[in-house]
Unconditional design. Structure first.
Length: 761
């Protein structure tokens, strides 16, 4: 039976705190739509209330068993009191700096560039020189398989480094995915196995008790549901004879992963192509099992409107609430994954447990549920009033009343700001265009446009988005709602903090900035940086998000001046340092950070802080110190360290070639069930950027690495993995052993104006 008295109330308080402080967006009791910012304000207010209640019950908490199970998650963390991530950035870092770089001129033929002889610009490449002279920069050619390679070559050849935001954000991606992967493999996998065991055991007990009653079908469904979850983690799991056929049918569909089919568990459609392990999960047997099981627990939806499915949600909530160890395990997994990727978009145990208690009281046993139709009707009415999810992740047809279907998920996939943006800019939230076409897939540029980028919006308008009914109106509402600073929104998770770090890139750079930044082409280049880092973010959280030396020549008469330059984006670097610090603080409090990992995150933060200092000096026209120039020279070695830390476990060899672990990644970020396609967003080999800088009165060219971003529609039944994507790019050999690039892969057209493609590419 349910926990009695204050213990059960304490459970509800703990679950509520996990829900709200983790940012569960469906915790309200209303099914009316709210704006994104209004919802955030409401969540913040509720969070404070819930935290006050929980903190006032310290004596009760000491008696409630929510201690860690393997994951070492403390009571404080289980109750959701995670640290704020990036909301308290020191605004004085860059806000008080007025850019005042002296304007310098660039000769059309680069004649006044003192180190032009270090570069081999062919007479066959006049457009490269033309773009470099006109815009002050050009992106041309590959920079190798990884971002650090060009910087190490520069140091060897005494070429000035141009340290980019791209290379630093890519380094965070490497370490973020490394940390999350190891936490999942070393902590969460075992916890998920134990949780599945407990829920399977409890569901079986419910089924045996409720046979022959109005609850039998729901209990049987849950027995199959948790048997499937456990089997995905351990193939030796034995199914109860009453559900064995149902379980095998679902497992076969998951294994085939051939797109949309009828789920025998729910009786409606499920997209089984989602169960293909992608991202860093591919190729690791343990992580592939974890991926499939968490995808199952995150996607399978118990629709509220179907009474029998709502009974299943009730029984799952009760099976968890009756078992203190299961509560602890669930809370540990949910809290840690929420810290990385955000809170569930769907209602779950956090929202259903209070309703169960309100209607049935805190002491009803499983057998006592039989014949309680009036009480269940009240419960069913109350679950209908819960806030629906913001993001749709299941097939919905035009004749259905709503764009989203309310219901219960055991470990729901997460609400993200970008997903809500995209949801509001595709069919049916926007209508058809004049050609009677539907906008079934979004564009990555929808996200920066909604976050305020006029350049992204201009590019989208050129593609015809304004022709879709309601697109412009919805975009304007999003831009207005997201224009205000909102700490609660951007500090909800590391995912949100990552996006927040990128936001300053969307602001055009005007008078007082270096000449290469004062043009539309640089603004577009920054858009590609945003998009490339965004693709890496989606890649690293693909499971949780609710749907990247040659021999030296003959020498120089005078040793070249190789003093380089940092791309002056001090606010980006300040936010990055805060993000790295909060990553360390949060994981340390969860007990999931080794001393070596803590040291590496501290090193990342210190690098970013150094780049803040250097950027501010550059914008003030101050000459850097010798130590600061040395930092720029040695930058490649610094970020190579993080690459090696992230990939060394993939090889038994001391030396690892970058072609074995290249930067290129891919992630499907949206699905169009109607056409059977997905939107893929990815990165290729990093590209080389040449930038005309001024150092100590001398005009010269510096070189660095930037993202190479791609997006395209692709068949849903062939969701791309990193390995297949790298074969398509010709980075790694295909099945025949050949390195052949797929000629159909093209970069977005809006990147062409600042890029140059060599004739041999």
């Amino acid at each position: 039976m349910f926990m009695k008295g204050w213990k059960y109330k304490k459970l509800l308080a703990a679950l509520l705190a996990v829900s709200l402080l983790g940012g569960c967006t469906s915790s309200g009791q209303s099914n009316e739509s709210e704006s994104l910012t209004a919802q955030t304000r409401q969540s913040t207010e509720h969070t404070k209330t819930a935290e006050t209640e929980v903190l006032s019950e310290t004596d009760m908490a000491s008696e409630t068993d929510v201690s860690s199970v393997d994951t070492e998650v403390t009571l404080d963390l289980y109750m959701g009191r995670r640290p704020m991530l990036v909301g308290s950035l020191p605004q004085s870092v860059s806000e008080n700096v007025t850019p005042q770089v002296t304007r310098y001129s660039i000769e059309p033929d680069l004649a006044n560039v003192v180190n032009l002889n270090q570069f081999y610009f062919s007479e066959d490449d006049p457009q490269l020189v033309e773009k470099l002279a006109k815009n002050g920069f050009v992106v041309a050619g590959s920079a190798g398989n990884e971002f650090f390679e060009v910087y190490e070559i520069n140091r060897y050849e005494l070429i000035p480094n141009f340290v980019t935001v791209d290379s630093l954000m890519h380094t965070y991606h490497l370490y973020f995915s490394y940390l999350l992967k190891n936490i999942e493999r070393d902590y969460l996998f075992d916890s998920l196995v134990k949780l599945s065991d407990k829920m399977l055991e409890n569901s079986l007990a419910q089924y045996e008790t409720l046979k022959g009653s109005e609850w039998e079908s729901a209990a049987k469904r849950n027995l199959a549901f948790f048997t499937i979850g456990k089997t995905l983690l351990d193939e030796n799991t034995k199914a109860h004879p009453d559900v064995a056929q149902l379980v095998q049918s679902e497992l076969d569909k998951i294994e085939r992963a051939q797109g949309v089919d009828i789920s025998d568990i729910r009786g409606d459609e499920e997209d089984y192509s989602q169960y293909v392990p992608r991202g860093y999960y591919e190729g690791d047997e343990k992580l592939e099992k974890y991926f499939k099981a968490m995808m199952w627990y995150g996607r399978i939806h118990f629709q509220q409107k179907e009474e029998d499915l709502d009974r299943s949600a009730f029984l799952i909530t009760k099976a968890l609430a009756d078992d203190g160890e299961a509560v602890s395990l669930w809370g540990a997994i949910y809290s840690v994954t929420s810290f990385f990727a955000g809170a569930s978009d769907d209602s779950g145990v956090c929202e259903y447990a209070p309703l169960v208690n309100e209607v049935y009281g805190d002491s009803i046993g499983t057998a006592d549920l039989i014949g309680t139709q009036d009480a269940f009707a009240k419960y069913h009415e109350k679950t209908a009033a819960l806030m629906p999810p913001k993001i749709n992740s299941i097939p919905i047809y035009e004749w259905e009343e709503s764009n989203v279907i309310p219901g219960f998920r055991f470990m729901g996939q997460r609400f993200t700001i970008d997903a809500e943006i995209m949801q509001n800019l595709i069919y049916r939230n926007v209508g058809k265009n004049s050609a009677d076409e539907k906008r079934m897939l979004p564009d990555v540029l929808d996200v920066p446009a909604a976050l305020g980028s006029d350049m992204a919006l201009s590019i989208l308008k050129e593609s015809g988005v304004e022709d879709y009914e309601g697109y412009s109106e919805n975009m304007e509402k999003l831009r207005t709602g997201l224009s205000a600073d909102n700490d609660a929104l951007w500090s909800a998770s590391l995912y949100a903090g990552w996006l927040h770090t990128l936001r300053p890139l969307l602001v055009p750079k005007g008078e007082g900035y270096p000449v290469f930044m004062q043009n539309d082409e640089w603004t577009k280049k920054n858009l590609e940086c945003f998009a490339g880092s965004y693709a890496e973010l989606k890649h690293d959280t693909i499971l949780y998000s609710k749907q990247v030396i040659a021999e030296m020549g003959g020498g120089y008469d005078d040793e070249p001046d190789d003093r380089g330059y940092v791309e002056p984006e001090p606010l980006v670097y300040a936010r990055f340092a805060s993000l790295a610090d909060m990553t360390a603080q949060g994981l340390k409090k969860y007990g999931m950070l080794s001393p070596e990992q803590e040291e590496n995150l501290s090193r990342l933060s210190q690098m970013a802080q150094q780049m803040v200092t250097i950027s501010n000096k550059e914008l003030q026209n101050e000459l850097l110190t010798d130590e600061e120039y040395e930092f720029i020279r040695s930058y490649g070695g610094n970020i190579e360290h993080f690459w090696y830390e992230a990939v060394k476990e993939n090889s038994d060899e001391e030396y690892i070639a970058t072609k074995e672990c290249p930067a290129a990644i891919i992630a499907d970020i949206a699905t169009d069930w109607e056409s059977g396609s997905v939107l893929e967003a990815g990165t290729g080999d990093p590209s080389t950027i040449f930038v005309v800088i001024e150092v100590d009165g001398k005009i010269k060219i510096a070189k660095g690495s930037v993202y190479s971003f791609y997006q395209f529609a692709w068949p849903m039944n062939d969701r791309l993995t990193d390995s297949k994507w790298r074969q398509m790019l010709g980075i790694q050999p295909n099945a025949e052993g050949n390195h052949e690039k797929d000629a159909s892969i093209e970069k977005p057209g809006w990147t062409a104006s600042y890029r140059y493609q060599y004739q041999w590419e």
